[in-house]
Ligand binder design. Sequence first.
Ligand code: ADP
Ligand code: MN
Ligand code: MN
Ligand code: MN
Length: 336
Amino acid sequence: MKVMAEYIWIDGYQPTAGLRSKTKILDKKITSVAELPTWGFDGSSTLQADGTDSDCMLKPVWICKDPIRGGDNILVMNEVCNPDGSPHSSNTRSHLADLDKKFKSEEAWFGIEQEYTLMDGTQPLGWPDEGYPERPQGPYYCSVGSENVAGRDMVEDHMHLCLEAGLEISGINAEVMLGQWEYQVGPLGPLEVSDQLWIARWLLERIGEDYGVRVDLHPKPIKGDWNGSGAHINYSTKPMREPGGLSVINEACEKLGQNIEKHIEAYGADNEQRLTGKHETCSIKEFRYGVSDRGASIRIPMDTHNDGCGYLEDRRPASNMDPYKACAALIDTTCS
Ligand code: ADP
Ligand code: MN
Ligand code: MN
Ligand code: MN
């Protein structure tokens, strides 16, 4: 009996890393990540090593069903390590794993809203070959109807694949710009949400191949009066979710306000093009938090305010952020 294991990892490209993967044929069915062997790859082809000393190690950290190949085949998320097994400099997950262990008792939960744009060549899907759609933004968000929606087949396929894989995808919606969409993953712990978000990103890119559609995670794919793409992070700790949690949430917001640069650094590249103060964002030069305020850096949802406990929404992260870095920044700032 043979099983195909797709080993997935994050490359060394800067400032925005990409996904890589290759297939390993195994002789038996795998039921836990501990059964998987480490593997290697040519780091000189991914900006992770020199040609003269090119081997990098793949250390399996999370597995799920491969919903594309089906059967007993699996997808394997990996950390990249040096030949001696220590974390590679591009490995942002290992730092998050340390923080997760240190602050385990906080029981941090994350729900990430991944926005993205489907592209047909240089134009978003559904746009004319040149120029702009006949109608400006307005009708497209959460819309229905062929004049309002582009790419739904692929988006639905992606949702089904995520569910079949066993990912904790919590919803999808059409976004404000035609051809722009969102899915949400979570709420889950920091490592789980991040591993699953990377796998969900991989699945979207993978079926984009079948559809001949490119997935663009740039935070401002179209300049001008068109919404950018973010990755809002909904975040809570156990004390925030319990009675009286609102005061813990307010304290966390105050701490976040003391660490603006650290967070912007962890929230993705080219984000200044998106955080302009327009299009449901707060300017990158400001920091504000508020109840139900979608023009703030941090929104405290209405339910959380009314219940006196719940979670906060950091609206600053860009669509191209690395969830390992973003979750680490949130835990580090608010739990220390
Ligand atoms: P929005 O109204 O901003 O579009 P969404 O419904 O797209 O919000 O996303 C909200 C996300 O927050 C979901 O992924 C949901 O699972 C997550 N979430 C809900 N409760 C919590 C919580 N207590 N802590 C962290 N995340 C949460
Ligand atoms: Mn949303
Ligand atoms: Mn959205
Ligand atoms: Mn949101």
